[in-house]
Design a protein around this ligand. Sequence first.
Ligand SMILES: [Zn+2]
Length: 312
Amino acid sequence: MATVALERKDRIAALGYDYASQPKQALTSCNLCSASEFVILTHRDRYGYPAQAHACRRCGLVFLNPRMTVESYSRFYNGIYRPLVSAFHGRLIDARTIQDEQREYALERAGFIRPFIANTSARTMLDIGGSTGVVAHHFAREFGLKGTLIDPSPLEVEQAQRLGLETVTGLVEEHDFGERRFGLVIICQTVDHLLDVAGTLARVRQLLSNNGLLFIDIVDFRAAYLRTWSVEAAVKIDHPYYLTEQTMAAYLRSSGFEVLRSDYAADHLHVSYACRPGTANLDAMPSVASVDELLREVRFVQNTAHDSRLKA
Ligand SMILES: [Zn+2]
C-alpha cells in the first residue's frame, strides 16, 4: 500500500504542475445561498495539492476555496487535467481512451431520459462540458436531434468535431449563445467542474425551450467519501464543487427546475436528474438539520479514517 502511494506521488510529481502558484480567487459568499460563514473541511486534495474544501454553514454546499481563476482552469484543461488523472490512476486516460467508457455511459443515460424525450418537441441539444462528443453523438442519433457541444478542452473538442457535432471550445459561463434555445440540455459528469453552478443553471434555464428537458448528474460527495472513508480522497482540484442530494435539489429548485425523476447510478457514486422548467423557489434551501448531519458525518469519517494513502 505504501509503495503504491509512493509511486502515485512520484507520477504526480513528475508532471511538474505547481498548483500552489496558480492564480486563485478567494470566495466570500456561497454560490448556492449567498451566506458567508464557512467551515474548512480539508486542507489537501487526493493528489496532495494544498487545496481547501469549505462547507457553507447555512446550506451545506461544499466547494474549493480559494479556487483557481478562469484562466488557471483553462490552462489546467488544456494539457494538465487528463495527464493528472492518468498519473493518479496509473494508466493512460486521454481523449481517446475515455471514449469506451463514455459510450457505455451514453447507452445507459439515454435509457434514463427516453421516457421524457417523448413529451418534448426537442429538435436541438446542447451538451455542456461534452468532452469528446460520444454522449452527444449517441443522443443526437438516438433522439433525432441536432447536437451542439461546448467544452474547454481543445483536444476533446477536436474529437467531437469529427463526430459531426457543432462545437464551441470554451466555458459555458463565458460563452454567449445569444437568442438560441435548445430542446434538450445535458450536463454529464460536468456540474462538479463548473466555476459557477448557480450562474450556469440560470443560463441553462434561459437556453432551454419552454417544454425542454434538462439532464444533469452529480458525483454525490457523501458517496465519494463514504466509499473510501476519507474526505481528502473525495476532494480534487478538478472539482470546484462537491454536491449532495440536498444541495443539488436546492440548486435545481432555486434555478427554476422541477425534478421529474432522479436515479442512483449503478456505480453507487453518481446521482442523475431529469428536469423540466418550473417556477424558481429561492426558499428551497437544505434544512439546518441536513447541514448539521453532513458536518457531523464528515467529522466522524475524518476521526475514524484508516486511510494511510494521504499520509504516505
Ligand atoms: Zn450556502
